[in-house]
Design a protein around this ligand. Sequence first.
Ligand SMILES: Nc1ncnc2c1ncn2[C@@H]1O[C@H](COP(=O)(O)OP(=O)(O)OP(=O)(O)O)[C@@H](O)[C@H]1O
Ligand SMILES: [Mg+2]
Length: 452
Amino acid sequence: MKLRTKLQVAAAITLVLFVALTNTIVYHVYETISAESEVERVQGQSESIAELVSSAIENDLPVQQILSETYVPNDGMVRIINQNDETVTTITREQRFLQFPTRYTNQHEANTQMTDEDERFAFVYTPIVWEDGTIVTLEISERLVGMEENMALLGLILVVASLLALIPAILGGWLLGAIILRPIHSLIHRMNSIQEKGSLQTIDEKRRRRDELQQLIDGFNAMIERLRVQFEKQDQFVSDASHELRTPLTIIDGYASMLKRWGKTKPDMLDEAIEAITSESTRMKQLAEQLLLLVKDEEHLTVNKADINVVTVVQHSVLAMEVATERDVRFSSSDELLIANADEQMLQQLTYILLDNAFKYSEDHVDVQVVKAGTNVELTVTDYGNGITPSEQTKIFDRFYRIEKSRSRAGGGSGLGLAIASKLVSLHNGTIGVDSVPREQTTFTVTLPMKG
Ligand SMILES: Nc1ncnc2c1ncn2[C@@H]1O[C@H](COP(=O)(O)OP(=O)(O)OP(=O)(O)O)[C@@H](O)[C@H]1O
Ligand SMILES: [Mg+2]
């Protein structure tokens, strides 16, 4: 069902139910009040007849005769009933009143009744003293024609009013649907045209709205913007990655053709070519592994977390790097035991990445510290090299970003180290940041949540 039809149906049903309920209440209240006043009227008549009867008895006059001469109701009946539920006398023009059962009572009673043919009657019972001195019941019954007519008219009015109320309900639903749905339709239209064009376009309204639809448009635009940035990043990543891979491939290709042409005649070339091919293939392999690590979703990466002592893991990595590079690294820690729930190999890799940079971009010694900072354990790597300017500090964590590309290239970097470091840190719910005073010192700080 379309939204507009739904709105229309809902509005109509609600209004019809409401009107039906109020009308029923009105009908019943009016019915009760009318019946009460009709009964009161008949009771009045009954009282005057009772007085007439008692004065006739007192004066020894023929009661029955007086009654039939003075009171012959048009659409009713006067009846005297004795204690054996038998009719003593009946005065009526309508024979059908005789069908009502005779009932003796020594109390004042009154009620109304409705027959199956929707005819209403009022009955009033008054105990009086009869000619023979016994108590009898004076029963006055009357058909309430006026009330019947009024009730029929009221019923008609209420039904017509209910039907009339349907018109604005349907119209209102239709109007509501039109008002709400028009902008939604235009939104759908725009979204479809964006999809047809195949480009990531935002919806730009000339006039800003002040309703939920604007929120919808804003949400849609924000999503498109994010997708656009994401796609651009992806494009950049793919082109950077292929560029990075092309360089070693070109070198390998160059040496391979050289070998093909001169390999047999110039054996002294062999060593150089094999050396270059091996080192470039190793570089490509590393690059491929790094790329894979970067593009994998966090869920698809195997992280073997365990409670490890960050102090010893970092210290061992530092020692290994020191031996391999023959550089001077000064290690210190605030405690001997700082436990974190982390993947040991990833923590090692993180240390290598930061140390590798420190070695590459400085000549002097490097300081490494592991300290307790509140509920975190903090790893800092400080070098005293060229440093990184503030504007560059925000970019160095991007994939493939390198300051002074040509210089860094000579050092063999591809600009993936810090991007990988960021990913490793986020896998551990930690943070990584840099603080640098150009030409003085650079400190990379990693914080990891401590266990316990
Ligand atoms: N300690 C540092 N001092 C000065 N510049 C740095 C330092 N660490 C990183 N940088 C700058 O940030 C850039 C990005 O570093 P990153 O580790 O991501 O890449 P890389 O070292 O160039 O290559 P890779 O690590 O992939 O071999 C580097 O190219 C370098 O210009
Ligand atoms: Mg690096």
